[in-house]
Design a binder for this molecule. Structure first.
Ligand SMILES: CCCCCC/C=C/C(=O)SCCNC(=O)CCNC(=O)[C@H](O)C(C)(C)COP(=O)(O)OP(=O)(O)OC[C@H]1O[C@@H](n2cnc3c(N)ncnc32)[C@H](O)[C@@H]1OP(=O)(O)O
Length: 395
């Protein structure tokens, strides 16, 4: 299920949102009120508050259960008309509530309390990297940033969502790059927490529509995209991608702006832009043909051919592939050695290499972002995003 509660955490709490269609979203949020009455009211109210504090997104299936039990506990049996067939989110919520039939309010309250209690224990033992455990740098919610051995590591940290990039994440990455460009490190490394490197743009970015409507959303997204990619074009230090697992969309295209790309043999590289009604970004319309030749670039960028790590290496997108079993050890040993090389020499060399093309890259980035702004308003794109969420909803 991916259609309910797609926004995850906001201001420390999970919001259950109803989404009608991509880029046409009534920002309906179901605020949990404290109206429940009954024998275990205190426990219920406490559970309602605990949901807001969960560290890990419990996933849409659980959020639907929570929603249904909450409605049953506070209002009793489902009493609203069934939403239309294409109102997927509200229909999923209605179905979940309706499925509870005549379950007594007290039982619903108790079930809600039990469900939250289970979530709290699993959240406590979550695989999400704990700030203290990794000396997480303060100020970032979606990244874990550490500096050791003259290496600043920026780790995407939404493993439950395959490190899909939210707008908040794009902004945090820009801040992290700005900070890394000025810190004492010699090398900056990107990687992902969990089994994915990144599943690319979070498709729910298309569902949060500002008062100015979808045009304003597309315009703002294009500005964000351009600023984001500009940070990679201008980054002054050697930039290394440690691709720990599959990579999709913008997490692949941006690799053309990295200086080294190390991949686990589990990694894959997929840019399904046409399938999504979209077009290439991250300067890949220029870097990919240059790196792998026009024919291979077309296979990836137009026809969405997914490459294995070995294929990506053969085509020059990846610098070296390592067996997954020894990936972390081998890569970090290598990077630690590199990080001890003279800092200024490395940085000046990077500038010489990049400066030839900087202006061109900025122009390409601006053009790609402008074209995407139009694409995001197209039926092809809207339908593709809808399809993704509909498929998830049917699972
Ligand atoms: C400012 C805007 C800039 C935009 C720049 C333009 C960028 C373009 C791109 O990056 S295009 C590429 C977009 N990405 C995708 O199309 C990938 C979509 N995801 C998938 O196809 C699959 O999720 C998968 C193949 C990555 C993984 O499949 P699977 O192993 O079956 O896992 P799940 O699908 O169950 O995923 C777990 C969980 O994560 C959610 N999720 C994964 N990827 C995304 C995503 N890109 N956007 C939103 N949500 C994502 C998925 O819905 C599941 O959530 P749930 O547990 O159901 O709540």
């Amino acid at each position: 299920m991916a259609l309910v509660g797609v926004s995850g955490r906001r201001a420390g709490c999970y919001c259950l949102r109803a989404v009608r269609s991509p880029l046409q979203v009534p920002a309906l949020q179901l605020h949990i009120s404290k109206t429940a009455m009954g024998a275990c009211q205190k426990d219920f109210e406490s559970a309602v508050n605990q949901v807001k504090l969960l560290k890990k997104d419990p996933g849409n299936e659980v959020k639907l259960k929570l929603y249904a039990l909450y409605k049953q506990a506070t209002e009793g049996a489902c009493n609203t008309p069934k939403p239309g067939l294409f109102d997927l989110i509200n229909k999923a919520k209605w179905d979940a509530w309706n499925a509870l039939g005549n379950l007594p309010k007290e039982t619903a309250r108790q079930n809600y309390v039990d469900l939250v209690s289970g979530l709290r224990s699993s959240s406590d033992s979550s695989s999400q990297v704990k700030p203290e455990a990794d000396k997480k740098r303060a100020g970032y919610d979606t990244l874990v940033i550490t500096s050791e051995d003259c290496i600043t590591k920026i780790m995407l940290n939404r493993p439950a969502k395959k490190n899909a990039l939210t707008t908040q994440m794009y902004r945090e990455i820009m801040l992290a790059l700005e900070a890394a460009s000025k810190d004492d490190s010699t090398i900056t490394v990107f990687t992902g927490n969990g089994d994915y490197y990144s599943s690319g743009n979070d498709l729910t970015n298309f569902t949060d529509i500002p008062p100015g409507g979808i045009e304003e959303k597309a315009k703002n997204s294009a500005i964000l995209l351009r600023d984001f990619v500009d940070c990679f074009i201008d980054f002054p230090k050697p930039l290394v991608a440690v691709v720990n697992g599959p990579a999709v969309g913008i997490s692949v295209t941006i690799l053309g702006l990295f200086d080294l790309v190390y991949a686990s043999d589990r990694a894959t590289f997929h840019t399904p832009f046409s399938h999504l009604g979209q077009t290439p970004e991250g300067c890949s319309s220029y870097t990919f043909p240059k790196i792998m030749g026009p024919a291979k670039a077309v296979e990836m960028l137009i026809f969405g051919k997914k490459l294995t790590a070995g294929e990506a290496y053969a085509q020059g997108l990846v610098t070296e592939v390592f067996p997954d079993s020894t990936f972390q050890k081998e890569v970090w040993t290598r990077l630690k050695a590199y990080s001890k090389l003279p800092q200024n020499a490395m940085h000046i060399s990077k500038q010489i290499i990049r400066n030839h093309e900087k202006e061109k890259l900025h122009a390409i980035n601006a053009e790609e972002s402008r074209i995407l702004q139009e694409r995001w308003l197209s039926d092809e794109c809207m339908n593709a995003v809808m399809d993704f969420f509909s498929r998830k909803a049917k699972l």
